[in-house]
Design a protein around this ligand. Structure first.
Ligand code: SF4
Ligand code: SF4
Length: 79
C-alpha cells in the first residue's frame, strides 16, 4: 500500500523544462539520464520537452541538468 501511495505522488510530480533557463545544450545531460526516454529534443538548439506520458517522476533529470533548467512544480490550476 505504501508503494502505491509513493507511486501516485511521483506520477503527479512530472517536471518540465524552464525554457528561460535551458541552454539547449548540444547533448542534454538531463536527457542522457532519463531512463524512460521521456525527454525529447525535437530540434537541435531548442530546449527539450518532457513527455508526461513517459515520465515516471524519478527526478534524475532535475539534478542532472547543470543549469537547473528542469523544474518541478505543482500545477497551480488544472486547466
Ligand atoms: S535541460 Fe539542461 S542539460 Fe538539457 S538542454 Fe536544457 S540546459 Fe542543457
Ligand atoms: S523525472 Fe525521471 S522519468 Fe521524468 S523526465 Fe526526469 S529523468 Fe525522465
Amino acid at each position: 500500500m505504501g508503494i502505491v501511495e509513493f507511486t501516485k505522488a511521483q506520477v503527479t510530480a512530472v517536471p518540465h523544462v524552464d525554457d528561460a533557463a535551458c541552454r539547449a545544450c548540444r547533448k542534454c545531460a538531463a536527457r542522457a539520464v532519463c531512463r524512460s526516454k521521456a525527454i525529447v529534443q525535437i530540434d537541435p538548439g531548442e530546449p527539450p520537452v518532457i513527455d508526461p506520458s513517459k515520465c515516471y517522476g524519478c527526478g534524475a533529470c532535475l539534478t542532472a541538468c547543470p543549469f537547473d533548467a528542469i523544474v518541478r512544480q505543482e500545477p497551480a490550476t488544472a486547466s
